[in-house]
Write a protein that binds this ligand. Structure first.
Ligand SMILES: CC(C)(COP(=O)(O)OP(=O)(O)OC[C@H]1O[C@@H](n2cnc3c(N)ncnc32)[C@H](O)[C@@H]1OP(=O)(O)O)[C@@H](O)C(=O)NCCC(=O)NCCS
Length: 154
């Protein structure tokens, strides 16, 4: 996945070397997590095949501080398995996990402009576009308040 230019198009922009990919994987997804906020191996229910990683990881503010009660949604699926609803199913499950198990007040997500599949998944789950960051690579910031927060506003 890390060496595939299609997978990396909107996440970093360029494929990683095998060495870089292994190092990044050890420093990122394989690190111990606290508070149950981490990405999980994503497998196909039909045969148990590993096809990527999805989950909720800590939401850090621009100064690097942890935003309490919030998490960032992430999905990352191998090219051969795109278009079969895997990321949609995982994203929906993690949103539910975020409300019911972690009692979060809000889930956020950042998507590079052009990543239409990610936008589609988030919009279908009810995420709202809250801001746009324009630069050499531009990003869309999405957020979804918990059902409790939404009820409070109504
Ligand atoms: C984004 C990604 C996770 C989607 O995974 P997936 O399992 O193929 O997603 P799903 O099949 O669940 O859903 C994709 C939806 O987007 C739609 N879609 C695909 N390409 C699209 C595009 N260019 N524009 C708009 N919609 C698009 C699909 O039709 C589908 O919608 P539908 O269910 O209504 O038909 C996958 O492409 C990926 O891992 N990409 C590389 C890493 C990455 O970009 N991660 C996200 C970082 S924010």
């Amino acid at each position: 996945m890390e060496m595939d230019p299609d997978v990396r198009r909107y996440v970093g922009g360029h494929p990683r070397s095998r060495e870089d990919a292994e190092r990044k994987f050890r420093e990122g997804p394989l690190q111990e997590v606290s508070g149950r906020l981490g990405v999980w191996a994503t497998i196909l229910k039909s045969n148990g095949q590993y096809v990527g990683r999805c989950g909720l990881y800590p939401h850090m503010n621009s100064s690097g501080g942890l935003v309490a009660g919030e998490a960032t949604l992430s999905f990352y699926i191998a090219r051969a398995n795109w278009g079969h609803g895997v990321a949609s199913e995982a994203a929906k499950a993690f949103v539910e996990f975020g409300w019911k198990q972690l009692e979060l007040s809000r889930i956020v997500a950042t998507v590079q402009v052009g990543n239409g599949a990610s936008v589609r998944i988030l919009e279908r789950l009810g995420f709202d576009l809250i801001s746009t960051e324009v630069g050499p690579r531009s990003f869309l910031k999405f957020a979804l308040p918990s059902p409790e927060q939404r009820n409070r506003r109504e």
